[in-house]
Design a protein around this ligand. Structure first.
Ligand code: SF4
Length: 77
């Protein structure tokens, strides 16, 4: 399972993440919040974990975390 973390202090809402992501239209949406443009994640479950968004963001605003699954059913760590 992948978790996409956007640092709203760094993100300028340029939409590079949405443009480079193979599932961009499904995952990222660019919104305007209090006069500031920002990328928000709509559907994390569609993420392929390729890290393209993370490596292409010029502001280092995206982190992709891979959650490991334990051997115990339904338990994440
Ligand atoms: S890791 Fe890849 S698939 Fe996932 S949001 Fe980033 S660009 Fe899209």
């Amino acid at each position: 399972m992948v978790q996409i973390v956007i640092d709203s202090n760094k993100c300028l809402g340029e939409g590079i993440c949405r443009a480079v992501c193979p599932k961009g239209g499904r995952i990222y949406k660019i919104v305007e919040l209090d006069g500031k443009r920002l990328a928000v994640v709509m559907d994390e479950s569609s993420c392929l974990g390729c890290k393209l968004c993370m490596t292409r963001c010029p502001h280092d605003a995206i982190r992709i975390d891979f959650k490991k699954r334990s051997r115990f059913r339904d338990v994440e760590f």
